[in-house]
Design a protein around this ligand. Structure first.
Ligand code: IMP
Ligand code: MG
Length: 183
């Protein structure tokens, strides 16, 4: 495997060891919190959350179902198009079930806000959020995250599921994209 850092990456912000340690901690907390609860369904937000969700789910010690939803709020680059679009809904119904939304990153918060409102309207038994990275300086909506991996500065991040124009998602670390790439 080619492990060279691509030239578009300015620096590595979170390396693989730090990421994996944090994922194990989150999974342990979730496993403890849901120990007495059945019918947990993890809803991963495509595409960005697919790597985080797969690591998180494999570290859970409790039964769970994995489902996905696909949304779009960004066109190709780094500027939000504002409106959130539902591209693909979950396969299973979430009504009466314990839903944990798994998202890659909280930027403005519009996406997660949309998701929370959408799922709440479906009357789940419970609804919580698990977000890998949050950029507090960018938040436009006041949201509470139940399980958070890391807080990061306001920079464009790639790797561990995060992309720039669909590239860099499968890097095992989170890196900061050079501004020259998107400026
Ligand atoms: P929000 O609706 O502004 O919170 O944006 C959430 C979505 O924007 C995430 O699910 C990502 O797909 C994308 N996004 C926001 N910031 C970044 C970033 O730094 N790198 C990659 N994707 C990002
Ligand atoms: Mg996303």
């Amino acid at each position: 495997m080619n492990r060279e850092i691509p030239t578009e990456i300015e620096r590595v912000l979170l390396d693989e060891t730090a990421i994996q340690a944090r994922v194990r901690q989150l999974a342990a907390r979730i496993s403890a919190d849901y120990a007495d609860i059945d019918d947990l369904v993890l809803v991963g937000v495509l595409k960005g959350a697919f790597i985080f969700l797969s690591d998180l789910a494999r570290n859970l010690t409790i039964p769970h179902e994995v489902d996905f939803i696909a949304l779009s709020s960004y066109n190709k680059g780094v500027v939000s198009s504002g409106a959130v679009r539902l591209i693909m809904d979950t396969r299973s119904s979430v009504t009466g079930r314990n839903v944990l939304i798994v998202e890659d990153i909280l930027d403005t918060g519009y996406t997660l806000d949309y998701l929370i409102r959408t799922f709440q309207a479906r009357n789940p038994a419970s609804l919580r959020t698990c977000v890998f990275v949050s950029k507090p300086e960018r938040h436009q909506v006041d949201l509470s995250i139940d399980y958070l991996g890391f807080e990061t500065p306001d920079e464009w991040l790639v790797g561990y599921g995060l992309d720039y124009a669909d590239r860099f998602r499968t890097l095992p670390y989170i890196g900061v994209l050079k501004q020259a790439v998107y400026a």
